[in-house]
Design a protein around this ligand. Structure first.
Ligand SMILES: [Fe+2]
Length: 212
């Protein structure tokens, strides 16, 4: 089965009032994410990926180091965006977290504000393109981390993301120009659907169900 572009779980205009305009979503989902899917499908045969899940491909490409980069760039970005669309919603924002997530953020990260500060700092300090993450670490504790380009915590072996924020310029330039800190603050305060993140915590992270 070729990889496919997952549909947005909302319309391209649905997040405009929350700081992500229709043009951003049309380009980001319809052009950027779609290009990663198309490029990944073009690598399935030559890289021997057939039959493997997207998660396995990302993990193996990460372990392969420089040799794995051509696959990781596309497979990682396909996975990363699949998560990104899910963790935002027109119902997102606010500080009301589901109980499981709130208590784990309290115990592992020192509370919601400390988590937000760390997440924002991760995104701001990622030099160039990349992602900020909230992950279930390999020790079972929540952690905030960041990765460059198309990598993610599955490819680095750090753990499983339950929240990710795209800090490539294509994610925020139309809405926030060069001001990445404001984009990250807006993402945390107005766009994140905490119910979805809490659900992913219960499930141990996202499984896309996509297989080459
Ligand atoms: Fe992106």
């Amino acid at each position: 089965m070729p990889f496919t572009l997952p549909p947005l779980p909302y319309s391209t205009s649905a997040l405009a009032a929350q700081g992500m305009c229709q043009e951003t979503l049309e380009l980001h989902h319809g052009k950027h994410h779609n290009a990663y899917v198309t490029a990944l499908n073009g690598l399935v045969e030559s890289k021997g990926l057939a039959g493997k899940s997207l998660e396995t491909i990302v993990a193996e490409a990460g372990k392969a180091g420089a040799d794995g980069l051509p696959v990781l760039n596309q497979a990682g970005q396909h996975w990363n965006h699949a998560l990104f669309w899910q963790v935002m919603s027109p119902k997102g924002g606010g500080d009301k977290l589901p109980g499981n997530l709130a208590s784990k953020i309290d115990s592992d990260l020192g509370g919601l504000q400390a988590f937000k500060d760390a997440f924002k700092q991760a995104g701001v300090s990622q030099f160039g393109s990349g992602w900020a993450w909230l992950i279930i670490g390999s020790d079972g504790k929540l952690k905030v981390t960041k990765t460059p380009n198309g990598a993610n915590p599955i490819s680095t072996g750090e753990g499983t993301p339950i929240l990710g924020c795209d800090v490539w310029e294509h994610a925020y330039y139309l809405d926030f120009r060069n001001v990445r800190p404001n984009y990250l603050e807006n993402f945390l305060n107005k766009l994140v659907d905490w119910e979805v993140v809490g659900g992913l915590l219960d499930k141990g992270g996202l499984t896309t169900g996509q297989t080459a």
